[in-house]
Design a protein around this ligand. Structure first.
Ligand SMILES: NC(=O)c1ccc[n+]([C@@H]2O[C@H](COP(=O)([O-])OP(=O)(O)OC[C@H]3O[C@@H](n4cnc5c(N)ncnc54)[C@H](O)[C@@H]3O)[C@@H](O)[C@H]2O)c1
Length: 271
């Protein structure tokens, strides 16, 4: 890649939430961002926002679980001549079912398509170009629930564990071509999918610091900054890992700060 050439970065689900913040951050760093999103209005608005801030972006409207969208991403990348960064950010815990016992094959299929299938499809479509050009960085979106159990979301958790396992194994295969593959595992992001206000409805917000070691919900930039690092040359010797971006919840798993400030408890009555 020539010194003065902008990196080409593809961000799926790049309009809103964590993906929107990734688009804005990479564009601010000088990348030309191809943001792929199913929400046409939000995609255009985010692309416009990037341009207003002096960056460059292409909005590609489509559902990343459709092969047609994957083909269109590959065509845009072919037109641009290269792809340096791929962020497979799309993922959703819905359609959710109260228990696995009550879940249906149609739900499993949709959760597969939304959380894991497109990661395979988009990566498979763009990887040959990264190999050909001798380098690239892929950053996938997993979740803390790939590592910690979550009742009611066993299928979602399973497919995200697959994302992390895929990340590890693919990293080994493609390291020799200069391609790095990593992931982030978010928790508690205040986004359209999981608004903090909804999570806190009917609860005492003052208790958040007892639950989250860093004492707050995540802002979208908290995740985007880690993705930007993993995609950057600063992470040139990092591959195959999933980095939790969770304010410490995974490390704390099951431990809560006591309300009286005197240490920690893992008992459900929370003394
Ligand atoms: N929010 C959290 O606390 C949290 C926790 C763990 C993991 N994650 C993961 O982080 C990622 C981003 O989450 P978020 O909360 O920012 O999501 P979000 O739902 O708030 O935003 C998702 C973005 O992707 C777009 N999108 C959704 N489905 C799409 C599809 N099929 N094709 C193209 N675009 C699509 C949406 O329009 C939106 O712009 C997801 O993979 C999610 O599973 C989030």
């Amino acid at each position: 890649m020539a010194e003065d050439q902008a990196r080409i970065s593809v961000v799926t689900g790049g309009a809103l939430g964590i993906g929107g913040a990734i688009t804005r951050r990479l564009a601010r760093d000088g990348d030309h961002v191809v943001l792929v999103d199913v929400d046409e209005t939000a995609a255009q608005e985010t692309a416009d926002e990037v341009r207003t801030a002096g960056g460059t972006a292409t909005a590609l409207v489509g559902d990343v679980t459709d092969q047609d969208t994957v083909d269109r991403i590959a065509a845009v990348v072919a037109g641009l001549g290269r792809v340096d960064v791929l962020v497979n950010n799309v993922g959703d815990f819905r359609p959710a079912s109260k228990t696995f016992l009550h879940s249906t094959p149609a739900q499993w299929q949709r959760l597969h398509d939304l959380n894991f299938g497109h990661v395979l499809a988009v990566t498979h479509a763009l990887l040959p170009r990264m190999v050909e050009q001798g380098g690239g960085a892929i950053v996938n979106s997993s979740t803390v629930e790939a590592f910690r159990g979550i009742p009611g979301h066993a299928t979602y958790s399973g497919y995200n564990a697959a994302v992390s396992a895929f990340t590890r194994s693919l990293a080994i295969e493609v390291g020799r071509y200069g391609v790095r593959v990593n992931a982030i595992a978010p928790d508690l992001a205040d986004t359209e999918q999981t608004p903090a206000a909804a999570m806190l409805r009917g609860r005492d917000a003052g208790q958040v610091p007892l639950w989250v070691p860093l004492g707050r919900f995540g802002r979208v930039e908290d995740y985007a900054d880690v993705v930007a690092f993993l995609a950057s040359d600063d992470a040139r010797f990092v591959t195959g890992h999933t980095v939790p971006v969770d304010g410490g919840t995974l490390a704390a798993s099951g431990w809560y700060a006591r309300e009286d400030g005197k240490g920690w408890t893992n008992m459900p009555d929370h003394p």
